[in-house]
Ligand binder design. Structure first.
Ligand code: SF4
Length: 261
């Protein structure tokens, strides 16, 4: 999706990783992380709160609502939000409002979604993993994997916002399914993919078929061919547009984007 929106932003996102990771590490050392908007920060804070509870599950500990809230609040306290006009400028952030929204999401999650999952057997959460597809290494980081009471391998991804009308959320889960098939559960009928919406408390199953996975496999291979050398910036042309560039995280690095803004 990032590539289709603007190929250059994909280049900045993934292949300037050394630079990005170094600057993130600097920010973290100063306990200061930057986010493009309050909405993104809410997403990060809610994911962190949920991750604290998955960690407790992994260690056989009971759920702690207080810890989930405190983890999310700590993220928000440490955050700055970048101005869409000028890149990394400190924008006024109503921390109390953001904290309240994150707390509401976490409470809904813990009351409605979490009890449906915790009866199963924990397997892994937010672990970076990979699988091979031809010559391509595909990287994944599923939010949660567990075995449910029926013995199915369940992959769940949290969403803090509702999808846009035409937004396709299937690709991400299908790629997770391919990874799970190679490492945990080859039988597609014993795989369950689902999205957990923390805004509404809905757990939405995402059907998957062998033919869908085949289409996605072909798409990954075609994309990998099309992108070519990942270190060659010229293979990732800019696709500037004022609205898009104004909210692009990589605007400070991109002179074409700055021109249209
Ligand atoms: S600022 Fe605009 S042109 Fe540059 S990477 Fe971002 S979206 Fe693409």
């Amino acid at each position: 999706m990032l590539y289709e929106s603007c190929p250059r932003s994909l280049f900045y996102r993934y292949w300037q990783q050394d630079h990005t990771e170094a600057s993130l590490a600097d920010d973290q050392q100063g306990e200061h992380m930057w986010y493009s908007s309050a909405g993104v920060l809410i997403g990060v804070a809610v994911h962190a709160g949920i991750a604290s509870q998955m960690q407790r599950w992994a260690h056989g500990e009971s759920t702690s609502r207080d810890e989930a809230h405190a983890t999310a609040a700590a993220k928000i306290e440490a955050a700055s939000v970048s101005s869409s006009q000028t890149g990394r400028n400190n924008q006024t952030l109503d921390r109390e409002a953001v904290k309240q929204t994150a707390t509401d999401h976490l409470d809904r999650f813990l009351s409605v979604i979490w009890p449906q999952l915790r009866t199963g057997r924990y397997i892994t959460h937010e672990e970076v993993a990979s699988f091979e597809l031809g010559d391509t290494t595909v990287w994944v980081r599923p939010d949660l994997c567990h075995r449910n009471d029926e013995g199915k391998f369940v992959i769940t991804d949290w969403k803090t916002r509702s999808p846009e009308v035409f937004e396709d959320l299937t690709l991400q889960l299908e790629v997770y399914a391919m990874w799970a098939q190679q490492h945990f559960e080859p039988d597609i009928d014993r795989l369950r993919l689902q999205l957990g919406f923390t805004g509404s408390g809905e757990l939405r199953a995402q059907p998957v078929s062998i033919s869908q996975l085949q289409e996605t496999r072909e798409r990954i291979q075609a994309d990998a061919d099309r992108w070519g050398d990942p270190n060659d910036q010229s293979a990732f042309p800019v696709k500037p547009a004022p609205e898009k560039c104004r909210s692009c995280l990589y605007l400070p690095s991109c002179t074409d984007g700055q021109d249209v803004v």
